[in-house]
Design a binder for this molecule. Structure first.
Ligand SMILES: [Zn+2]
Length: 311
């Protein structure tokens, strides 16, 4: 069984795992914030430092596991899956059209695949849950933003240009909040951690994290409860549109915000039931991820082996 490395480049930490079959056999976690690195350096210097940091981590792992054949990276942002070029990413502000696949492959002498982080998580969820193997699967990641990935007939579905399932930018309120994409009322303005913080700040004029707001909601704070209910309603509105288009029956919800699912589920269920067409009501199964945030890293590793990656 071949070994591969999966890497998750998150907002404030960098995780790397050696993966065998669907199991992590070695996990490394480092505190690193590429966003700050990009904001405090010119683009060329920032990019060199990022490649240095990630390649050093991989080369250390390759010392211990030289039989690793490929490396997969789950990365938030707009990524061309055919070339590995990152067109734009919230973790790399100011950097545009950088080729993470090619530049890393040149350093580590292994194939490198860069995939959208939500699509990598979708593939990981699909591989880790045998019950879902005969069905299509839609993954929705609720984190700082909202990401999506679709597994169709066992394969990742990327669309014509590689940007399918940008669920976070479905417009759920045409007169709503301004989004980073330039539109108003995108789903991630409400159903992400930052969206919940905004909802609470608007009603209480107080800037708290989504986790702090969840604690307040559990203590009975009505504005906190409503911030999470709005997240649930918005998510259901977006999901109903997707289901009407692709008629997917299995949906997995992951990401850090999914831990607060009990605060969203009642509003979500009612809105989804209302928005779906009658023939689909009650026929969509929604699961909360049980992989403890490891689906993305495992999915990226497995995709690097199964897809033809850059050498
Ligand atoms: Zn948007």
């Amino acid at each position: 069984m071949s070994l591969s490395i999966g890497i998750d480049i998150g907002g404030t930490n960098l995780r790397a795992a050696v993966v065998k079959a669907q199991n992590i056999i070695h996990l490394e976690r480092h505190q690193v914030d590429f966003s700050i690195l990009c904001k405090t350096n010119n683009p060329a210097k920032a990019w060199t430092d990022i490649i240095d940091c990630v390649s050093t981590l991989i080369l250390d792992l390759l010392n211990d596991y030289p039989e690793v054949s490929a490396v997969g990276i789950g990365f938030p942002g707009f990524i061309d899956p055919h070339t590995g070029v990152i067109a734009q990413s919230p973790n790399l502000p100011g950097l545009k059209n950088v080729n993470l696949s090619k530049d890393l492959a040149a350093r580590i002498n292994r194939r490198v695949l860069v995939e959208n982080d939500a699509l990598a998580a979708a593939y990981g969820e699909y591989q880790l849950n045998a019950k879902l193997h005969h069905h299509d699967l839609l993954y929705i990641g609720l984190g700082t933003g909202v990401g999506g990935g679709f597994i169709h007939a066992g394969n990742t579905f990327v669309g014509e240009h590689g940007y399918a399932m940008e669920i976070g930018h479905l417009i759920t309120d045409a007169n709503g909040r301004l989004c980073g994409c330039g539109n108003h009322g995108c789903l991630e303005q409400y159903a992400s951690a930052s969206g919940v913080s905004k909802s609470y700040a608007i009603s209480r004029n107080e800037c708290l994290s989504a986790q702090q707001i969840a604690e307040l909601a559990n203590e009975g704070d009505l504005e906190a409860i409503e911030a999470y209910a709005l997240a649930g309603r918005s998510l259901a509105k977006g999901l109903a549109h997707i289901i009407k288009v692709i008629d997917v029956g299995n949906v997995v919800i992951g990401g850090g915000m999914s831990q607060a699912w009990p605060l969203m589920s009642k509003a979500f269920d009612a809105q989804l039931d209302s928005d779906l067409i009658p023939v689909l009501r009650g026929r969509v199964q929604v699961f909360i991820s049980q992989t403890e945030d490891q689906a993305g890293i495992i999915g990226a590793a497995l995709l690097s082996v199964s897809k033809s990656a850059v050498i």
